[in-house]
Design a protein around this ligand. Structure first.
Ligand code: RIB
Ligand code: CA
Length: 314
């Protein structure tokens, strides 16, 4: 009986996804039951391969990796090569990974894992568009209720959008899937741009990964040095937000983050505000709270946790 917290990482690597996966695999507190890839930053054929590359780099070719959905529930796929590069992992060497791709579909793996484990014992950690979770809820909502919690990276309120003025990328790509998640009744915790934009990869913080002297530290230096150029140019800040590792850091050290239990609805009808997370931060509606929406984070505590944990990897 594992006393570790069981998680499934749902992901669209993506350099920041890659750092989140490395953090999870390095931690002694988490048991990664599997990694399900989804189309997002780059197409599914690349996100599933990239997830397997990261498992190889972490020395964890044992981690089961699954391909999930290759396009949003009802919409055309929107990708983000302008941020992540054509490979999705620009900044690190791309190779054919040893970690195999499992035959089972990612959505089937999520549902099977929840059915097989005790209710409330598996946490779902989506780091990309919510298509795989949305499909799982649409297919078998009762089994999805067995999840302990969904801790996701997505959305924005005070920080507003990054892919449109109104929407953050993960929610924008598949708003219908996000609407399924936020109306599911499953305990949900949200790491929006409001906190990830406080978690910046400054030169000193990137240098600290290089100083670890391990392969994974060097890989993070390469990936973040490439990945940060887009947001540095856009936001004119001394670094780029490291979005997805916030999800894993929350599992390991929740006190890094502060937020509120509020109502969050997803815009699915408007073209102008498609994918907006309408967060009732000030409680001005009588809509029932459905998510813990984070609003602040301690960046120094975050990077101290991330750097010391990554030091455990090859
Ligand atoms: O908006 C940031 C999110 O979109 C991150 O998960 C990043 O990897 C991209 O998927
Ligand atoms: Ca992502």
């Amino acid at each position: 009986m594992s006393d570790k917290r069981r998680i499934i990482i749902d992901t669209d690597p993506g350099q920041d996804d890659a750092v989140a996966i490395l953090l999870a695999l390095a931690s002694e507190e988490l048991e990664v039951l599997g990694i399900t890839a989804v189309a997002g930053n780059v197409p599914l054929t690349l996100t599933e391969r990239n997830a397997r590359i990261i498992c190889d780099v972490a020395g964890r070719t044992d981690v089961p990796v699954f391909a999930g959905c290759h396009h949003p529930m009802t919409r055309k796929l929107v990708t983000a090569e302008e941020v992540h590069g054509k490979t999705g992992l620009d900044g690190m060497e791309i190779f054919e990974p040893k970690t195999p791709l499992q035959d089972m579909h990612g959505v089937d793996f999520i549902l099977q894992s929840l059915a097989e484990h005790e209710p409330g014992s598996v946490t779902l950690c989506p780091l990309g568009p919510l298509t795989n979770l949305g499909e799982a809820i649409a297919r078998d909502a009762a089994t999805m209720q067995r999840a302990a919690e969904i801790v996701l990276m997505g959305g924005a309120y005070f920080e507003v959008g990054n892919v449109t003025p109104a929407a953050e990328f993960n929610i924008y790509v598949d708003p219908e899937a996000a609407a399924h998640v936020f109306s599911s009744g499953i305990k949900t915790t949200v790491m929006p741009l409001d906190v990830t934009h406080k978690i910046l990869t400054t030169p000193e913080r990137i240098a600290a990964f290089g100083a670890l002297g391990n392969t994974c530290g060097a890989a993070i230096v390469g990936m973040t040095s490439f990945y940060e150029r887009f947001d540095r140019h856009k936001y004119k800040q001394d670094g780029a937000p490291l979005h997805d590792p916030c999800v894993i850091a929350y599992l390991l050290e929740p006190g890094i983050f502060q937020g509120r239990f509020i109502n969050v609805e997803i815009e699915t009808r408007s073209t102008l505000t498609r994918g907006m997370t309408v967060a009732d931060w000030w409680g001005v509606t009588n809509r029932l709270p459905n998510a813990t929406f984070m609003g602040d984070a301690d960046a120094d505590r975050f990077f101290a946790l991330l750097t010391r944990t990554i030091s455990r990897l090859p």
